[in-house]
Every structure is written in structure tokens, then in C-alpha cells.
Design a protein around this ligand. Structure first.
Ligand code: GDP
Ligand code: MN
Length: 415
């Protein structure tokens, strides 16, 4: 699921006719002051990051004057919230909040639903998990039908809203469901949807995630990589996504696993298949090593695609070894992997003599693949060990070989 920033999500809400606070995005404290001065009223300064709970983390603050807005902005910019660095702020008019509501639409894949569910609560402004179950109102949605106004009206009156709010609230939540559909969302959460002291319903927050497979239909969303990320994608991730985006033959998924590039024990990790990847990461962890990245080349990718993945993995600056974790007897023809690795390692190993490489590969065309590897890598100045099906279930053995080679290599480098 690709995530959008609050300010992007709010633009879509606005297009659908849902009221949002007046606001502007800035990336410096000085701009924050200018925007606050231009608005001429107290503002909320809000960190734009892909996670919720910003309020508690100090990423949402109020400022009564432009000078105060500048000060608060300078404190929030550069902050890290759950791994995401704050680079942009949304400066919004401060709302005079009377009451906060929770509104969310999510897909529910369980067999009792298998559809999007709509969730509403009069106890908004906090985490949905902390709202008591009897204060949550939900209904399963028919995707094509959405949540028509009269259904919405029934829902909000069941939730016990005062009469004077019913119509406006029903109109807004019906449009929230329309936005969910129009934007191909996998999640749309407005928490809080507020009622101001003047009785206006306004979306004070917006968390929007978009279905990866639908993101191509939305160039206006500027989604660089249609995937969920635990932090802002790195240059490595963007290069990795480029491999998938430009070559659909088999999968070549590559992604960073750490923000900590400097501590010892990181291995360039390359699995063949998702199950093999889990076994491989376990094998590394058990011997005190860590995967610097995640990678999976499976579904019968061609050698050129595997080559690009392995080349990208080896470009990570601080890795102490490379593991090809083929922990399964694969039915894809493994010689494409063998050819790719011969090319990559012949290019890379002369530049890093003694570099540890443990290559495990099993399955279709295994004998030929091992022959290609053994022949092609002969005489290279690395610590290369090549294994086939006799070790495919032996993750302790592979982990131990990896750590033994890493130790040797480190000793050699130290001195
Ligand atoms: P989150 O913590 O990441 O969900 O960020 P929110 O945008 O939901 O902000 C957290 C809380 O700050 C909200 O629940 C509101 O109570 C409060 N808040 C956000 N924007 C405003 C605003 O414009 N005015 C006021 N008074 N409170 C706000
Ligand atoms: Mn919120």
C-alpha cells in the first residue's frame, strides 16, 4: 500500500466537496512564518510524515502568532517520527474544535465481510484501538453502491448524533466513501473529523493509502514506489524499484532493511523466493549477522534481471558478505541465476579481494547451474562457497559458513 501525505489526501477530500481547513505546505521555518502571517490567525503546524500518532510524538503543535509558528516549525522540521524524517509541514488555520469524530474505511478480507468496511465513532481524536467497542459503529459496504446519503443518515442517527448535525455529517461521510472509491484507496481514515464551535464539519486529519496495483491510474498522486515503506524510500529502494518497473519477467524485489548503515554484521542478502528469504534471515540472525536489505528473485526471472538485483545488493557500502539464500528446491530454471552471479561476481570480486560469498541454489537445472558457478567463478579472489540441494534444508550449516567466512575476512582486513 502506497501512502500519501496528509496534505495530499486532503486535496482529494476537498475535490469531493468535503470541507478541510485552509492551509499550505512549507519546507522551512521562515515559510511557516510567512504563511501564518498571510493567514492572519492562529495556526496548527503539522509534520507531514507517513505515520499516525504525530500529535503524541510532538509533530502537531499550535501557534498563536507568526513568530511562534516559525519557532515551532523549526523544532518540528528534522524531527524523526517513527523512522520518518520531517521535511515538510502543513500550516493550517487552527480549528476551534467542539467535538472530534472518527471515520475510517478499510478493506476487510475476512470471510464474514470480504468488502470495504465503514467505521464511525463519536469518540474520535484518539487511536481507533483505544475506542471502546460499543462506541464504534460499522457497516459492510457494497463497493459499487458505496454509502448513499440515506444510509449514512441512518448510521449517524444510530450513533446518537444530535439532530442539527445529522444531515451535514451524513453528507460528509457519504463523500468519504466516494473518495475511497475514486482514489482506489486501501485505507482512508479521517481522525478526527471535527465539528467546530460554529457547528461546521471539517476533516482535520487525513490518512490515505492507495492500492499498489491501482497507483498507475493516479499520476496526480506522484507515488514514486507503489509499496508500503517503514521509512522514506532510500536511493537504494528507488534503484531497486526501477528493476521491477522496467522488467516484468519474474520478480526482482529489492528493499533496504536498515537505516543503520554503519554498525558491523550486515550481509548483502539475496533470496530465491519468499519462504527461502525467511529461512535465510533466520539463518543469519542465529549466527549474529543481519540482512542489510531484503531481496527476492523468483518466478523465473531472466539472468539480466537477477544480475541487476545482485549488482544493486553488492553496491551497499558497508556489507561484510553476500548470501544467495536459495533455501528451497525451486522449479524455476536456476541457470539464469548462475549466469547472472558469474557476471556480477566476476565484475565485483576483483575490486574486493577476499569478500565472503555463500551461494546456495537448488532445483530445476541445478547440476548445470552449479557447474556454471564453479567454472565461472574459478580463480576469483573471493571466499566463495557454492552449495546445492544437499544443504537446502540445512540453514544452520549455511549460517555457520557465512559467519566463519565473515570472521576470516574481517581478520584479514584488520591486519
Ligand atoms: P495524528 O496525531 O498524526 O493523528 O495527527 P492529527 O492531525 O490527528 O492531530 C492530532 C490532534 O491534534 C487531533 O486529534 C486534534 O485534537 C489536534 N488538532 C489537529 N489539528 C488541529 C487544529 O487545527 N486545531 C486544534 N485545536 N487542534 C488540532
Ligand atoms: Mn489523526
Amino acid at each position: 500500500m502506497a501512502r500519501l501525505f496528509e496534505y495530499q489526501g486532503k486535496e482529494f477530500l476537498k475535490e469531493m466537496g468535503i470541507p478541510i481547513p485552509q492551509g499550505e505546505v512549507v519546507s522551512t521555518a521562515q515559510e511557516a512564518r510567512e504563511v501564518a502571517a498571510k493567514m492572519g490567525k492562529p495556526v496548527a503546524v503539522k509534520a507531514q510524515v507517513w505515520v499516525g500518532g504525530r500529535g503524541l510524538a510532538g509533530g502537531v503543535r499550535l501557534a498563536d502568532t507568526p513568530v511562534e509558528a516559525e519557532k515551532v516549525a523549526s523544532e518540528i522540521l528534522g524531527m524523526k517520527i517513527k523512522g520518518f524524517e520531517v521535511r515538510e509541514l502543513l500550516i493550517e488555520e487552527k480549528l476551534d474544535i467542539d467535538k472530534e469524530f472518527y471515520v475510517g474505511v478499510f478493506p476487510d478480507g475476512s470471510w464474514t465481510a470480504r468488502c470495504p468496511v465503514f467505521i464511525f465513532s463519536t469518540h474520535g481524536g484518539k487511536n481507533i484501538e483505544s475506542i471502546p467497542e460499543d462506541q464504534i459503529f460499522r457497516c459492510n459496504l457494497d463497493y459499487l453502491r458505496g454509502l448513499p446519503y440515506y444510509d449514512a443518515l441512518g448510521l449517524v442517527s444510530e450513533a446518537g448524533l444530535p439532530n442539527e448535525l445529522l444531515r451535514e455529517m451524513a453528507g460528509v461521510i457519504s463523500k468519504v466513501v466516494e473518495t475511497f472509491k475514486k482514489c482506489d484507496c486501501s485505507i482512508l481514515e479521517i481522525n478526527p473529523l471535527v465539528v467546530t464551535k460554529e457547528g461546521k464539519v471539517i476533516a482535520a486529519d487525513c490518512r490515505m493509502g492507495v492500492d499498489d496495483s491501482a497507483s498507475y491510474r493516479h499520476p496526480e498522486m506522484h507515488i514514486d514506489i507503489p509499496r508500503e515503506f517503514p521509512w522514506e524510500p532510500s536511493e537504494f529502494d528507488i534503484v531497486g524499484w526501477g528493476i521491477e518497473e522496467t522488467d516484468l519477467r519474474g520478480s526482482g524485489f529489492v528493499m533496504k532493511m536498515t537505516l543503520d548503515e554503519t554498525s558491523p554484521g550486515y550481509i548483502g542478502f539475496h533470496a530465491i523466493g519468499g519462504g527461502a528469504a525467511m529461512i535465510g534471515i533466520d539463518a543469519l540472525s542465529r549466527v549474529g549477522l543481519k540482512a542489510a536489505n531484503f531481496a527476492d528473485t523468483s518466478g523465473n526471472p531472466v539472468a539480466s534481471k537477477v544480475y541487476r538485483v545482485a549488482k544493486t545488493i553488492l553496491a551497499q557500502p558497508n556489507i561484510e558478505g553476500y548470501l544467495l539464500a536459495g533455501f528451497m528446491v525451486a522449479n524455476q530454471e536456476q541457470w539464469h541465476h548462475a549466469h547472472a552471479l558469474v557476471k556480477v561476481l566476476r565484475e565485483e570480486l576483483p575490486l574486493r579481494p577476499g569478500f565472503p560469498c555463500v551461494l546456495l541454489l537448488a532445483g530445476n537445472k541445478e547440476k548445470e547451474s552449479l557447474e556454471i558457478l564453479n567454472l565461472g567463478l574459478e580463480g576469483l579472489p573471493g571466499r566463495i562457497e557454492i552449495y546445492g540441494r544437499e544443504h537446502v534444508e540445512d540453514s544452520d550449516f549455511i549460517g555457520n559458513r557465512m559467519v566463519a567466512l565473515v570472521e576470516e575476512y574481517k581478520k584479514e582486513k584488520a591486519g
